[in-house]
Design a protein around this ligand. Structure first.
Ligand code: FE2
Length: 318
């Protein structure tokens, strides 16, 4: 039986694992796949260290956790459209959005979020690797909804438990009503075209708290693309969402991954949130990402989508 090494991600952190010893050979052992799935369920984030830095290896690792979800947006850059359509590219450059935080411009920055919140389905996981590591910055942050739920002020938690949040694909920061850093401004917008498309989509609805298979409760909300709370008047909904989000940020334990070319990282998209810290727009930073299919079955559209919207069913812009 092939041996891999499983270590805590960071001392004192209640989520995350570090795995060493992943090769084509160890992955060929079905007991390794089983062990990795169990670590993933238990810890929510896995950093694979010292793996072969290729798209083939990224696909091999990804496929342990489930089938890939192909990106339906044709214009999104792929590593190899013919041979590896499931691997997309995220890079700094003229297409990337730029924001400014405390006077510092940052390319490819994104606030805390889970992927596909604007969709009725939530992909199971994402797998990232750094094809080109930024010389400085470019970290990816993670936090765990199980830890956040457990550590929140129970009085604030009670206000959001049972509520459903609304999300939309219009991810422009000008539309985001809470959860942006102080001293934030957008220098180069992304997604005007996406915003036009988003107008054709209904909001997606996801519970703020859900219970996973293990019986643990997960606080799962994101300010990114949030359009309020189902059944609540707008001002009241944003006031509550902001109050809860402030509490989430107060208690969250975070892990920020500094990339090495031989790392790969998987996160549970049903349980964790992630954040892209961005880097100097002049720096080269290229990430490759795969998306693992799946659904937790608790999301839905607020109203029936049109035919046009159905075409965007599996959009994965982040
Ligand atoms: Fe994302």
């Amino acid at each position: 039986m092939a041996k891999i090494e499983v270590l805590p991600l960071e001392a004192g952190l209640p989520f995350g694992a570090r795995v060493r010893g992943i090769t084509g050979e160890t992955l060929a052992d079905p007991s390794v796949g089983k062990q990795l799935k169990s670590v993933f369920e238990d810890r929510g984030v896995i950093v694979f260290e010292n793996v072969e830095p290729t798209s083939q290896m990224q696909l091999m690792i990804s496929e342990v956790f489930g089938p890939l979800k192909e990106h339906p947006v044709k214009t999104v850059e792929r590593v190899d459209r013919e041979k590896m359509p499931g691997v997309i590219t995220i890079r700094t450059g003229p297409e990337a959005g730029i924001v400014e935080i405390d006077g510092k411009p940052l390319a490819t920055w994104q606030p805390w979020h889970f992927d596909h919140s604007y969709n009725n389905e939530l992909n199971r996981a994402g797998v990232l690797r750094a094809e080109t590591v930024a010389k400085e910055g470019g970290l990816t942050g993670f936090c765990d909804g199980i830890q956040v739920y457990r550590d929140m002020d129970p009085a604030i938690r009670a206000k959001i438990e049972g509520k459903n949040l609304l999300y939309n694909l219009d991810l422009r920061y000008s539309q985001q009503r809470f959860g942006l850093p102080k001293n934030f401004r957008e220098l180069r917008g992304k997604g005007e075209e996406l915003a036009r498309y988003a107008k054709t989509l209904p909001n997606a609805v996801h519970p703020a708290v859900w219970t996973c298979k293990s019986g643990e409760k997960v606080l799962h909300m994101s300010p990114y693309g949030c359009r309020g709370i189902e059944g609540m008047e707008e001002a009241e909904a944003y006031a509550l969402a902001s109050e809860v989000w402030e509490e989430v940020e107060r208690v969250m334990q975070t892990y920020y991954h500094r990339w090495h070319p031989t790392d790969m990282l998987i996160w549970d998209n049903w349980r964790t949130l992630h954040k892209a810290c961005g880097c100097d727009p002049a720096m080269d930073r290229v990430m490759h990402r795969t998306t693992i299919k799946g659904d937790y079955g608790l999301g839905r559209w607020q109203t029936a989508p049109t035919q046009n919207a159905a075409a965007g069913d599996a959009m994965a812009m982040s």
